[in-house]
Design a protein around this ligand. Sequence first.
Ligand SMILES: *Cc1c(COP(=O)(O)O)cnc(C)c1O
Length: 396
Amino acid sequence: MYGKFQKHLQDELAAIKEAGLYKNERNIASPQSAEITLEDGSKALNFCANNYLGLADNPRLIAAAEKAMKARGYGMSSVRFICGTQDIHKQLEKAISDFFKTEDTILYASCFDANGGVFEPLLTAEDAIISDSLNHASIIDGVRLCKAVRYRYANANMEELENCLKEAQAQRFRIICTDGVFSMDGNVAPMDKICALAEKYDALVMVDESHSAGVVGKTGHGVAEQFNCYGKIDIFTGTLGKAFGGAVGGFTTGRKEIIDMLRQRSRPYLFSNSIPPMIAAAAIEMFKMLSESNALHDKQQENVVYFRDKMMAAGFDIKPTQSAICAVMLYDAPLSQKFAAKMAEEGIFVTGFYYPVVPKGQARIRVQLSAAHEKAHLDKAIAAFIKVGKELGVIK
Ligand SMILES: *Cc1c(COP(=O)(O)O)cnc(C)c1O
């Protein structure tokens, strides 16, 4: 039976390879950090992790995780509502609510699950979801699982959003949903304008803070801080897998009745395992660390400015960024792949993106800056960019 299906898969895989879209993985044999060691013993500087605050190998978080594992065990072997809730899960939910200044929080195994489980329990075919065209795949999937009428507006385009809102007056309830930071350009969603339109057209607002929390805002508290729109965003989703330690776990935080309803009806919460005690405890410690000092956030921001300014001075075309993401525009797809490969030869890991991940003719190298990077790391990366850029005729 497998024979015909095997042939089908082999052909599909060959087509993916032919199109240059086959994803190979790098096997890292060290902790995630600015400097990593690969399985073959070679070393590289990592500029493509979401480790924005450099916490993925933080000793204080590792110690908190070890301590919790000894005190509370390895795993929960249960979903939350049966017997999967410890005191520390509740403490972490409280810490997240405090961070975002919201009423309540619900944990998930990932933000992918948080987004997958947020729409269907709250909205029906009578309602409308209005979604930014560049929203993350997990929001798109979450919207698919819900029967609400769908509207889509071009990335951060407020005119189009307004038109969607006008049309969606036909529905009972409306929700605008957006990423806080869009991962390909590094731009921040204009939350002040989105919240104003939501007020004008009687809509709820949901924002995914995965790339923005810990990074955006004067003290890294995300888009509500950046745009001073506390109290105007009804639902935030986010991940513990990026700036917030980089392990695993997701959450939805916001209005109390919304969170209560998700605890009753959200399927990834009801039917998937609790996060392990060590993650809960380390995440609590992480929020404590962030409340004690803003140094990591400040260093991260300084690194972005330093890198961007030096790259622009060298003649590179850099997208305006307001986040940890710096897009070095090359426009040509094969060039982006060649560039990233040559950077790897120089010991610098960055990612080349091209259509369909970004629009046609908009190929680029995405660089992700972290508090883990020291000036020497940045200088080495910039020097490699200049060397490769000259070799490939991108700069003079
Ligand atoms: C990374 C990311 C997710 C997924 O988060 P996980 O916790 O890894 O599942 C969801 N939404 C956005 C916008 C992201 O960038």
